[in-house]
Design a protein around this ligand. Structure first.
Ligand SMILES: *Cc1c(COP(=O)(O)O)cnc(C)c1O
Length: 347
């Protein structure tokens, strides 16, 4: 197969990723793992795992068995958990892959007892989110007796806010911890780590903040941008004053303008809500987005970018917290929406 370069690329800063993990690990107190579901939040789970494992991260979390299978073979000493548990159709994967299921329901507990061959598992306790996990009263009735539980988990619903739900989930998790033996206990995601060492227990599971997201104000200034989308300029055109650009003619040139049309659109996760606030830079010059975002194309006002030519790469404005504020998308959506057409490369 010939190797054809994409006119769209995602530069991924491995030093920033590792620096974010180290900061989160320091805040966590104990061990710090990594959530790498959804292909490492869009950056590429394999690459994320490789760089974090080299930095000392030992505990990784994916959502599904297909995601786990895609990470084989695992490096020596690395542990992988599958957050969404074991359905009937997952059992072959669960028995053959070197990964642990996170059991979420009594049905899954029964399934693992019957067919898990006594292998260790993780268990999720729902302390108030009502998403996945056993209710404490289900877990405490002896249902888990005899299971080899590596990690007992729960997940915070409102850690990104100053909500009384945080303390109430913490108290509920502590109560469960008193009664259910496991080798380790784990509660905090990125935002939970920022709530303080009380939330750290034995192991934390950050995702967003590893990849440059700011889950709470405490992380601002410490967390570095990791993902830098870049798009190639396909064409530069002069748009006379009074003419419009793009579908629906939503932008009118107030002066004769130089417009750069770049190879990126909503099919690449660059959604239409960036219109009006999006932008890019080239050699420290700002290029505001103009008109609507198309499926595969987007236009920028390059009037102030002297020297920019066809084939040059524009760096998208992609500071996650800032762009989330401006676009109305969440930082999670900004990362996981990045499509498959980017050449992902690590620096
Ligand atoms: C996704 C996920 C995480 C990571 O959450 P972030 O908010 O991205 O840090 C941690 N734990 C569980 C159970 C998750 O599903």
């Amino acid at each position: 197969m010939i190797d054809i370069a994409s006119p769209l690329r995602l530069r991924i800063d491995s030093a920033a990723l590792v620096s974010n993990w180290r900061w989160l690990a320091a805040q966590s107190g104990q061990a710090c793992g990594a959530a790498i579901k959804a292909d490492g939040y869009g950056l590429g789970a394999r690459g994320v795992m490789r760089h974090l494992a080299a930095a000392g991260c030992r505990d990784f979390f994916v959502a599904t068995w297909a995601e786990a299978a895609a990470l084989m073979p695992l490096a020596e000493g690395v542990s992988l958990s599958v957050l969404h548990g074991v359905g009937k159709s997952d059992m072959i994967a669960a028995r053959t892959l070197p990964a642990r299921p996170v059991l979420n329901s009594l049905e899954q507990v029964a399934r693992w007892r019957e067919a898990g061959e006594g292998k260790p598992c993780d268990v999720m306790i729902d302390t108030g989110m009502n998403r996945l996990g056993l209710r404490p009263e289900e877990a405490l009735g002896g249902a888990l007796d005899g299971l080899v539980i590596e990690t007992l988990l729960s997940h915070l619903a409102s850690a990104d806010e100053d909500s009384p739900q945080n303390a109430s989930q913490l108290a509920a998790f502590r109560a469960v911890r008193e009664q259910i033996p496991a080798r380790r206990y784990s509660l905090a995601n990125s935002a939970g780590i920022c709530l303080g060492a009380d939330y750290g227990f034995d192991l934390t599971r950050p995702g967003l903040a590893l990849y440059g997201g700011i889950p709470r104000e405490e992380a601002r200034g410490a967390i570095r941008q990791v993902a830098f989308p870049e798009a190639r300029v396909l064409q530069l055109r002069e748009v006379p004053a009074g003419e419009t650009v793009g579908y629906g003619a939503t932008w009118t040139a107030q002066r004769t303008s130089r417009v750069a049309v770049a190879n990126m659109g909503y099919a690449d996760g660059y959604l239409r809500c960036h219109a009006g606030s999006g932008g890019a830079t080239w050699r420290a010059r700002d290029l505001p987005l103009v008109g609507r975002v198309s499926m595969d194309l987007v236009a920028f006002d390059a009037s102030d970018a002297d020297g920019l030519g066809e084939g040059d790469w524009l760096a998208l404005d992609y500071d996650l917290a800032q762009v989330a504020d401006r676009s109305g998308l969440s930082q999670y959506e900004l990362l996981t929406g990045l499509g498959t057409r980017y050449d992902r490369y690590w620096i």
